[in-house]
Design a protein. Structure first.
Length: 116
């Protein structure tokens, strides 16, 4: 393939949420409770880490974070005629700043800004 052909042929790339789950970039931590709610690997690791100053379990860290994110998304959607057009931002969580966005599988994805 010549350089001329490279410039003429469009590059089509698709990386789905399922691809990211298969690669370990995204996790669906509670599919039975929150179907299609995904978290990035960095949030997963922050909640799973051992910490001498914080003896909470993974669930005790992640579930309240998810609940806070869902509630803030509901507030934002209610203020915007049911739409969630922009990321919801939560500052000051134990994982730092969290962005929440609608994902491609009908749910929400929680991520850190550096995960984007």
């Amino acid at each position: 393939m010549s350089e001329d052909n490279i410039m003429k042929d469009p590059v089509v790339f698709s990386y789905t949420d399922q691809d990211a789950i298969n690669d370990g970039v995204l996790f669906e931590p509670y599919p039975e409770r929150w179907k299609n709610l995904l978290v990035t690997s960095s949030i997963h690791h922050d909640c799973a880490r051992e910490d001498d100053e914080d003896s909470r379990s993974y669930d005790q860290r992640l579930i309240p974070l998810i609940m806070d994110c869902i509630m803030q998304c509901q507030v934002n959607a209610n203020q915007n005629n049911g739409k969630l057009d922009t990321p919801v931002v939560l500052d000051g969580t134990h994982c730092g700043t969290i962005w929440v966005m609608e994902n491609g599988i009908g749910g929400l994805t929680l991520m850190k800004p550096e995960d984007y």
